[in-house]
Design a protein around this ligand. Structure first.
Ligand code: PRT
Ligand code: ZN
Length: 293
């Protein structure tokens, strides 16, 4: 049972790359709070829920131990924090905070796959993930743990290569390093505690998860409405990106044309509209979707 009587807790990063997007998601799921004196805890006003604002590294443990019922954290941090005990489970990927944990090397190191790292020193903040990657490939290398500025390790001769997170690649480039093998693809995920909440809070927990799922799946989704000649209906629905089965309706006084309404799960670009028009579609409207369930 959760440690907090009568309230759920959600752990979010206090400040950093995931902080704003995590709060946006929670707000979009319908939770409201005012920032009070307590910087560590935001009290949600319209539900018995508290937001615990902590360092991202602490989130997997808090959720695994049942101190928090849910948490939002990068897969990289979750994987690195795994231990033999009960772990938090991933509810769903959230589509932000994307990055890749990569091996990167200076041009002086001849790299031809992970075997090239045999007998070398590699600097990283992710020793467990890296060790597993190396073990799976039978590579024997020494791991130097650095908490930050991993990219300077080769220049300082602390290590021959590094294993670090990359998003744009600008940091590697600025330090004269080249990205090589991918160790882990990561994004922010919603995680859930193996410890059940008080029975009276289970329904609220399920509902918050379902709302967050609705927010995530509506991100980038669009509602498209258009008129189409019956003769090109198949061609037009095939152009609509990720539309599933669109709704097709008659148009008053027109036997040769129909109205098509579709939820498109993928981005709808100008190019798509141009293709639809070329296929005979008219009166094309693309609308944002706020909520989806
Ligand atoms: O204080 P706290 O411990 O909570 O935060 P933190 O400093 O540990 O983490 P923070 O806020 O930097 O990142 C939080 C999470 O964002 C990470 O755990 C990842 O899941 C995710 N994320 C996404 C990234 C990046 N992109 C990223 N680019 N985390 C770090 N970086 C760093 C990387 O380590 C390197 O130094 O950015 C640099 C590379 O960026 P590019 O764009 O130059 O390639
Ligand atoms: Zn951290």
């Amino acid at each position: 049972m959760s440690t907090v009587q009568g309230r759920l807790r959600i752990a979010v990063q206090k400040s950093g790359r995931l902080a704003d997007r995590s709060l946006d998601l929670i707000r979009d799921a319908g939770l409201k709070w005012v920032k009070g004196h307590n910087d560590l805890l935001y009290r949600v006003e319209n539900y018995p829920i508290d937001l615990l604002r902590v360092r991202d590294d602490d989130i997997p443990t808090f959720v695994a131990d049942g101190v928090c019922d849910l948490g939002i954290v990068g897969e990289n941090v979750l994987e690195e924090g795994r231990n033999g005990g009960a772990n938090a489970s991933v509810v769903m990927p959230l589509g932000f905070g994307r990055c890749t944990l990569k091996i990167a090397t200076p041009p002086t190191l001849a790299y031809d796959g992970p075997a090239s790292l045999d007998g070398l020193r590699i600097a990283t903040s992710y020793p467990k993930i890296l060790r597993r990657f190396l073990d799976e490939r039978g590579v024997k290398a020494e791991i130097v743990v650095m908490r930050g500025a991993v990219e300077v390790a080769p220049r300082l001769k602390l290590a021959a290569a590094i294993c670090d997170l990359v998003s744009t690649g600008a940091t590697l480039e600025a330090n004269g390093l080249g990205a090589k093998d991918t160790v882990l693809e990561s994004q922010a995920v919603l995680i859930q505690s193996p410890v059940a909440p008080e029975p009276g809070l289970q329904h609220l927990l399920d509902s918050i998860i379902e709302r967050m799922s609705g927010v995530v799946s509506s991100q980038g989704a669009k509602y498209v409405m258009l008129n189409a000649p019956r003769a090109s209906l198949d061609q037009i629905t095939a152009i609509l990106p990720g539309a599933g089965s669109p709704t097709v309706m008659p148009l008053m006084g027109r036997d040769d044309a129909v109205a098509v309404h579709a939820v498109c799960q993928e981005a709808v670009f100008w190019e798509t509209l141009e293709k639809l028009k070329a296929a005979g579609a008219s009166a094309i409207l693309v609308l944002p979707i706020e909520k989806m369930m």
